[in-house]
Design a protein around this ligand. Sequence first.
Ligand code: ADP
Ligand code: MG
Length: 242
Amino acid sequence: MPIISIQNVSKFFGDFQALKNVSLDVALGERVVVCGPSGSGKSTLIRCINRLEAHEAGEILVDGTRLTDVPADLEKIRGAVGMVFQQFNLFPHLTVLENLCIGPRRVLGLTQAQAQERAMRYLERVQIPDQADKFPSQLSGGQQQRVAIARSLCMEPRILLFDEPTSALDPEMIAEVLEVMTELAQSGMTMIVVTHEMGFARRVADRMVFMDKGEIVEIGAPEDVFAAPKSKRFARFINQIL
Ligand code: ADP
Ligand code: MG
């Protein structure tokens, strides 16, 4: 059984249809990379998976729970599905350690000692335990994004969604974030990553999804879709970004 099942999902913003009949199943432990032009619906798709957006038609099941059935279980869904954003979204007035402890304390009910122990474990995992007492503004962009990844990991999610996690970073900081994401992928985390980092996609993705105009236009193993794109739109896209 897939851990994420998206069936014939449509999403409208007013009259504008951002997702058109999208279907995608993701298996436990699978790594899916989503690419496509700006405005093609990539963010909308992954935001529907943790119910940051509500879809209008079709079904999304996460770990067996149908998202339309469970407004009351939203915290459970958000706990199971972590999200890493382009702009990090750290609390600027809290230290790194406090940023990491707040979710486990408030949502999972951990004690301060438990939350701090867990936070330090995940800061070590992203290789910045020495930054625990700093504020986000005192860190580089790459370090801030690694804190954001550690913050998601502190909730011990079953699935991690990434929305262009390296797009806001200076070029020299992209590699350190991709390295952490690669390590996570190798550890067996189920991941959906919206990115245009095609080197990362080739190394890490089990499947590539190409979206255009609210539709999944192409899907397959990276070695297959890159070698022989089936659609003109994907071929053109690859040529533009490589
Ligand atoms: P992508 O992430 O692929 O760049 P998005 O999923 O952000 O694309 O957006 C898909 C389309 O939906 C775009 O045309 C965008 O303008 C529109 N859209 C996204 N969010 C909203 C919103 N909250 N209100 C109105 N339109 C939106
Ligand atoms: Mg987007």
